[in-house]
Design a binder for this molecule. Structure first.
Ligand SMILES: [Zn+2]
Ligand SMILES: [Zn+2]
Length: 321
């Protein structure tokens, strides 16, 4: 297997400087371009709106235990794809994998229907470079809650993938293909779910499910919940919770968001130290994605999980006194 050894990206792997809130900070006014010239791209966003509206079909198709279990299971697996791979691996390179596993991780993330790995990582790297300034595409501080939660993905400006942000990922043709064809995996998942539901209806009718019910619960409901939970890290995780570290941005730590997102709610920890695979720093800061990554490292599927660097630990001791 060809190694997917990342190119060095010191800016993102390094511990961020322990800047304090007292440090001079240029407070820029809201850019006039925030909405002027930023039109909602209806041609591209309508499938996303239809997806969310299709959740109402639960009142038509009803429910069954197997459909709800599938919904929850796919939420958890795909959330792991987003947190562990799209975020901690593709955006921050906080651990290493072989090239095959890298593609599996990309497929898992793509199944979440949050576009391709290069698009996701490119925007996320921009978020860290410009956190909570007007240049941050989804800052609730600079642009408001709804813009940070959903508005930014609906405008043309943020549709393209800026490959200059992700040269270390763009050198893999399979990732570029997945990024260009980001609907292939979600559509395959939807088709597979409906086929599965049809199979259960045919061969296990006592389970009380069918193709449409499995499509609605397994895809529509699960994907919509997954989207809003992920988006809450862009919006709520910069608004609610506790600030432990004096980062330049307004990121916060929230147990509730951490439980919803398998560990991403420790967002202030993450902005403090984005180069580590771990986001829950203390034993009680539950970070299920990190636990799963540790388990995968035991069986050799992932390697070299980057720990919290000594520099950050020293700084933590200084801050905590
Ligand atoms: Zn953030
Ligand atoms: Zn990040």
């Amino acid at each position: 297997m060809t190694s997917a050894e990342p190119l060095a990206n010191p800016e993102l792997q390094d511990v961020p400087s322990a800047a304090t809130d007292a440090e001079p900070r240029v407070e820029l006014p809201l850019p006039p371009s925030r909405r002027v010239g930023e039109r909602i791209d209806w041609a591209r966003i309508w499938p996303f709106l239809v997806l969310q509206a299709s959740c109402l079909l639960v009142f038509v198709v009803g429910w069954s235990p197997v459909a709800v279990i599938t919904c929850v299971g796919l939420y958890l697996v795909r959330m792991f794809g987003i947190t562990a791979f799209y975020h901690r691996y593709f955006s921050h390179r906080t651990f290493r994998v072989g090239r095959g596993m890298q593609f599996v991780g990309a497929l898992l993330g793509a199944a979440a229907t949050q576009r391709g790995p290069l698009w996701w990582a490119a925007h996320h790297r921009q978020h860290h470079r410009h956190s909570d300034t007007p240049q941050d595409a989804h800052s609730p501080i600079a642009h408001g809650f709804w813009w940070a939660h959903i508005g930014w993905i609906a405008c043309r400006r943020n549709y393209a993938t800026d490959l200059d942000q992700v040269p270390d990922l763009a050198r893999f043709p399979e990732l570029r293909w997945l990024d260009r064809n980001d609907l292939v995996v979600p559509l395959a998942l939807l088709a597979g779910l409906m086929l599965f539901g049809w199979g259960l209806e045919t061969w296990a009718p006592s389970l009380g499910t069918d193709a449409l019910q499995m499509g609605v619960w397994g895809f529509s409901v699960s994907t919509t919940l997954l989207f809003h939970a992920t988006a809450s890290i862009n919006s709520l995780a910069h608004l609610i919770g506790k600030r432990v570290w004096p980062t330049k941005d307004k990121s916060r730590n929230s147990m509730a968001l951490a439980l919803l997102t398998l560990g991403e709610g420790w967002h202030n920890n993450h902005h403090w130290c984005p180069g580590t695979a771990r986001q829950g720093f203390r034993w009680w800061e539950i970070d299920l994605s990190y636990c799963a990554l540790v388990a995968l490292s035991w069986v050799g599927l992932v390697h070299d999980l980057r720990p919290i660097p000594a520099r950050a630990r020293d700084e933590a001791r200084r801050i905590r006194g």
